[in-house]
Write a protein that binds this ligand. Structure first.
Ligand SMILES: *Cc1c(COP(=O)(O)O)cnc(C)c1O
Length: 313
C-alpha cells in the first residue's frame, strides 16, 4: 500500500508572489523606505548580544512591551506572531474545528479562506456593496442565520483600500455572539482602530503587522491583541518559539523609535496621495481605467479591463 494524498491536498499549490525585475513594486503593499541608519546601528549592536545557542523568549516579552507602549495599550493583551499571517493560522486552528463556519466578506485578504480550507472549516462568503464597503447589517444577519462561528475581515481592507468607521465595527462586534477577528494590518494609515478597547470585548481579536507601515516585511512580525481569556488561548496554541530572537531584537528597536516611524508614515501617506492624484489625473484625461477607488491605506485600487497589459508594460 502506498501513501496517497487526499483530494484536497492534491490540489494545493504554493503561494507565488509576482516575481521579475520591476523598477517599482506596488503589489505587496510593502514600505518603499530604506532602513534608518540609527535604527540599523542600534539593531547591529543588539544583534551582537543575542545568545544564538539559546531558544528565543517564547512570549517575546520585550517586543510585546514595545508594541504595547507604541500604541498605548497593556502588554498583557498582546501575543506576538511570525507575521500576522501565522496568527491567522493559529487562530483558525485553535478557535475553530472541522465543520465550523468562517464568514469572510469579499473581496478581502485571501489567507483567511486559505487557512480555513486547510483546517476543514467551512468558508462562507458574503459580497461587499457596489462601493466595496461592508454591509454590517447583512453580516450580522448571515452570522445569526447560518450560525457562523467566526467572522474575519480586514479594516482597512486589502485589496479594496476602503475603511469601515469605528462605530460600525463596534456595532458588528457587539451584535454577534461569535468570534470576530479584526485584521488591522493597514490601520496605521487610517484612524479608526479599536486597539485601545480590544480587551473590553469577549469576542474580539485584533491583528496588527509590522510589515506595512513599519516597513519590516522581511523580519516577519505581527501581533494579536485581545482580552486575557482569549490571549491565554493564543499564547497556549502558538508554537512555543514562533518569533525568533533576531526578529524580536529588530522589532524592539524599531518600535522604540515612534518619532522616526511617524515621520516615515507621513512620507508614505504623501507618496500615496501623489500616486492617487496621478491615477485620478490619468483617468480624467485619458479615461484609461474603469474606476480609481479612494483609499485609506498605502495602496490604491484601480479597476481596469487592461490589468494584464499594464502588468506587462
Ligand atoms: C499583509 C497583510 C497581512 C500579513 O501580514 P504579515 O504580518 O506580513 O504576515 C495580514 N493581513 C492583511 C490584510 C495584509 O494585507
Amino acid at each position: 500500500m502506498a501513501y496517497q494524498l487526499s483530494e484536497k491536498l492534491k490540489k494545493m499549490v504554493s503561494y507565488e508572489p509576482i516575481s521579475g525585475d520591476y523598477a517599482i513594486r506596488l503589489d505587496a503593499n510593502e514600505s518603499f523606505l530604506p532602513v534608518d541608519e540609527e535604527i540599523k546601528a542600534e539593531f547591529t549592536q543588539k544583534l551582537s548580544e543575542i545568545p544564538f545557542n539559546r531558544y528565543p523568549d517564547p512570549l517575546a516579552a520585550e517586543v510585546c512591551r514595545k508594541f504595547a507602549d507604541y500604541y498605548g495599550i497593556n502588554a498583557d493583551f498582546v501575543t506576538a506572531g511570525n507575521g500576522s499571517d501565522e496568527l491567522i493560522s493559529v487562530i483558525i486552528g485553535a478557535f475553530l474545528s472541522e465543520g465550523d463556519k468562517l464568514l469572510t466578506v469579499m473581496p478581502d485578504f485571501s489567507m483567511y479562506g486559505f487557512y480555513a480550507d486547510l483546517t476543514g472549516v467551512t468558508v462562507l462568503t458574503q459580497e461587499k456593496d457596489e462601493n466595496l464597503n461592508i454591509d454590517v447589517d447583512a453580516v450580522i444577519q448571515t452570522v445569526q442565520r447560518e450560525k457562523v462561528n467566526c467572522v474575519m475581515f480586514s479594516n482597512p481592507c486589502n485589496p479594496t483600500g476602503q475603511g469601515l468607521p469605528r462605530e460600525e465595527v463596534r456595532r458588528l462586534i457587539t451584535s454577534v455572539d461569535c468570534l470576530v477577528v479584526l485584521d488591522e494590518a493597514y490601520m496605521d494609515f487610517y484612524t479608526e482602530s479599536l486597539l485601545t478597547e480590544a480587551e473590553q470585548y469577549d469576542n474580539l481579536i485584533i491583528l496588527r503587522t509590522c510589515s506595512k507601515a513599519l516597513g519590516l516585511a522581511a523580519v516577519r512580525l505581527g501581533f494579536a491583541v485581545a482580552n486575557p481569556t482569549l490571549t491565554t488561548v493564543l499564547r497556549a496554541a502558538k508554537s512555543p518559539y514562533n518569533v525568533n530572537s533576531v526578529t524580536q531584537a529588530y522589532g524592539s528597536v524599531v518600535l522604540s523609535h515612534k518619532e522616526k516611524e511617524q515621520a516615515a508614515l507621513a512620507q508614505i501617506l504623501a507618496s500615496r496621495e501623489e500616486l492617487y492624484g496621478a491615477l485620478v489625473g490619468m483617468q480624467e484625461k485619458y479615461h484609461c481605467f474603469e474606476r480609481v477607488y479612494p483609499t485609506v491605506t498605502n495602496f490604491v485600487l484601480v479597476e481596469t479591463s487592461r490589468a494584464k497589459e499594464l502588468l506587462r508594460n
